[in-house]
Design a protein around this ligand. Structure first.
Ligand code: SAH
Length: 196
């Protein structure tokens, strides 16, 4: 398949913020993702009290699901509106604090302490700020990353993973000649070469 038409395409942070502002967020799923339900056992692998990472989290309701199951959830999202909507829509009180290592960035944390959402670009973060994770839910994340940034994104994700962690990745299969993305088309062969 010819994916050349997508490889140079860039969706800027400004464009993402605009989507949130305009309510142009067709990617958000009110009901949560059936594939997380289906593969929950693979993510958890019999373990409890995990630290689970949601890259490019939006206001994904699955964060609430996993927190309610007793896990600790960390998300990253550039849109502050998305994060505030998340807490408001689940009636969760939260507090805000600056992230000293990143100028202008802040962390929104549920008062109960089990959901921490970083408002900044994922590329500003590192394991020294976030720590490491037992599980990752990557839906609308790798496929939203600009194709030229994929290697950087995956390398960062690798540094955030604990030894026995599980990584659930959702991609979208479609004809990249007919749609410019996002979500971008990430062929299976590329996933293999990115993650090794
Ligand atoms: N995973 C979510 C949202 C998918 S849409 C879900 O399943 O609903 C992709 C999200 O990534 C958007 O909300 C966008 O604002 C955010 N985003 C885009 N670039 C980002 C970056 N560099 N760092 C953090 N968030 C980013």
């Amino acid at each position: 398949t010819d994916i050349g038409s997508q490889k140079d395409r860039v969706v800027s942070e400004e464009e993402w913020l605009q989507k949130w502002e305009m309510g142009n967020i067709g990617f958000h799923k009110e009901q949560g993702h059936p594939l997380l339900q289906k593969y929950l056992d693979v993510l958890l692998n019999g373990r409890s009290g995990l630290r689970i990472f949601f890259p490019l989290c939006g206001k994904a309701v699955e964060m609430k699901w996993l927190a309610d199951m007793g896990h600790s959830v960390v998300g990253v999202e550039i849109s502050e509106q998305a994060l505030k909507d998340f807490f408001a829509e689940h009636s969760l009180p939260y507090c805000e604090e600056p992230i000293p290592e990143i100028s202008g960035a802040k962390k929104l944390q549920s008062t109960s302490g089990n959901i921490s959402l970083y408002c900044c670009s994922i590329y500003d973060l590192s394991s020294s700020i976030l720590g490491k994770f037992d599980g990752v839910w990557d839906r609308g994340a790798l496929v939203a990353v600009n194709p030229r940034d994929r290697q950087r994104y995956v390398s960062l994700m690798m540094t955030l993973m604990e030894k026995n962690s599980s990584y659930l990745l959702v991609t979208v299969s479609y004809d990249p000649n007919k749609h410019k993305g996002p979500p971008f088309y990430v062929p299976e062969s590329e996933i293999k070469s990115l993650f090794g």
